[in-house]
Design a protein around this ligand. Sequence first.
Ligand code: ZN
Length: 86
Amino acid sequence: MIQKSSVMRMCIVCKHTFDRRTLLKITNDYEQGIMFNKGIGRSAYICKSEKCFKDSKLRKKIQKALKTVFKAEFIDIFEKEIANLN
Ligand SMILES: [Zn+2]
């Protein structure tokens, strides 16, 4: 049996590794700033377990991982995206 190799990435909250396709990817795109599941640049991943995406320090952790600060208008987008994971 041929096994497809999957790319593993670490959730920045629980530090467990998962198949990349199951994670929510947040990228600090070179040109367009922070984006979900697209863009090219420094990226952070979070898994879709409630404990992680509801982490009270999630925003802080992502900003630290991406070495950036969320713009005020992005925080709204971010909260909606996170709410969609429920
Ligand atoms: Zn996690």
